[in-house]
Design a protein around this ligand. Structure first.
Ligand code: GTP
Ligand code: MG
Length: 341
């Protein structure tokens, strides 16, 4: 992952005599060439530490806080500030105009759920170019929603591939067949387009996500939906006890970065599920809290909280979304799909 060093400012000087305004249309790869090693005071050892914690590019440094870098790279606070400032300076070419972003937004597609109320809550469905995190207690329906998205993805992207990373051995092809039939789709075709990967531990899980990145960017695979069910189960199992929390969060941070990059650069719909734990010190209100803490919460674009409702229904609560109001809806998980109450 060592990157080639370039001095962008030198190049600029040479081009100074050109009178006309040159529109910057070079592909984004140009920016990628400014690597971590171009930042002041960043040597090989620091790069290793940064990369291990998920700070793989200049962008991640530009958006970091000095405190974070002090913690993960063991540099002084003033060194961290210098790194961040240099990263921000080098990123100045990376700004996209609001108009460009609007065009990008128009490429966002939405995958419907089959429940009108749920679709309305999500303003049309689960978005591409975003991570949607769904947390809730056991049996709340997180896995069912994952299966449903895997099926309905074929409505929006016929022939595309859905990657389903299954960490808890809960993927059931039978459920896919039922949902596909419920949606009036060819269940064999739907099943054929879902690639299931069993992940046995956090390293394996992360490797698979990186593999997806490779498949999409290097081999041009037509992957549009990535499901990780469950995102946090292995992390929870492998890092036990308070002393390991920082390490776990660093690793999870790295994982979330890979997912974010996939969603953002390749317009993928990323759906991740997350368990909850009970907070014993909460006496009023809901004591459940999502695993993964603020690392997962901040990296997710949409956050849904699922819980069991009345008469076997399920309640989905939108707790965080960049452009949608918070709200709730009720639906039923049935054999054929999600149905309105
Ligand atoms: P954990 O992974 O254990 O945290 O739970 P989860 O949130 O993933 O729950 P999951 O999506 O597995 O939901 C399981 C629930 O979905 C069951 O308790 C049933 O209520 C419902 N369900 C699953 N399959 C069917 C089915 O074929 N028909 C109907 N009607 N409901 C089903
Ligand atoms: Mg599940």
């Amino acid at each position: 992952m060592k990157q080639v060093l370039v001095e962008p400012k030198e190049v600029k000087k040479e081009k100074m005599e050109e009178p006309k305004e040159v529109k910057v249309e070079e592909p984004k790869e140009d920016q990628k060439e400014v690597g971590l090693s171009d930042l002041p005071g960043v040597g090989a050892a620091t790069i290793d530490k940064l990369q291990e914690s998920g700070y793989t590019g200049v962008m991640s440094i530009a958006v970091a806080t000095p405190g974070e870098l002090v913690e993960v790279a063991g540099v002084t606070e003033s060194a961290a500030r210098k790194m961040i400032n240099a990263a921000r300076d080098s990123m100045s070419m990376g700004f996209e105009s609001g108009a460009d972003l609007l065009i990008k937004r128009q490429t966002v597609k939405k995958i419907t759920t089959g429940s009108k109320a749920f679709d309305e809550l999500m303003s049309g469905g689960f978005e591409t170019a975003a991570i949607t995190e769904c947390y809730g207690e056991f049996g709340s329906g997180k896995t069912q929603v994952g299966h449903l998205l895997a099926v309905n993805a074929q409505k929006v992207f016929p022939g595309s591939t859905v990657v389903y990373v299954d960490t808890e051995n809960t993927f059931r092809p039978e459920r896919i067949i039922e949902f596909a039939k419920g949606a009036g789709m060819d269940s064999n075709k739907v099943l054929a387009n879902i690639k299931v990967a069993r992940a046995y531990n956090t390293d394996h899980q992360m490797l698979m996500t990186e593999k997806v990145e490779d498949l999409v960017s290097k081999e041009g695979a037509n992957i549009k939906v990535l499901i990780i069910d469950s995102l946090t189960a292995h992390f929870r199992a492998e890092f036990i006890g308070r002393g390991t929390l920082a390490e776990r969060q660093q690793k999870l941070n790295k994982h979330m970065h890979t997912l974010l990059k996939l969603a953002d650069t390749h317009n993928l719909c990323v759906y991740v599920t997350n368990q909850v734990m009970s907070k014993p010190d909460v006496f009023f209100g809901d004591p459940t809290q999502a695993i993964g803490g603020h690392i997962v919460a901040h990296a997710s674009t949409f956050r849904l909280y699922l819980r069991k409702g009345k008469k076997g229904s399920r309640v989905a609560k939108l707790v965080d979304a960049p452009n949608l109001p918070d709200g709730e809806c009720n639906f039923f998980v049935t054999t054929e799909g999600l149905k309105d109450v």
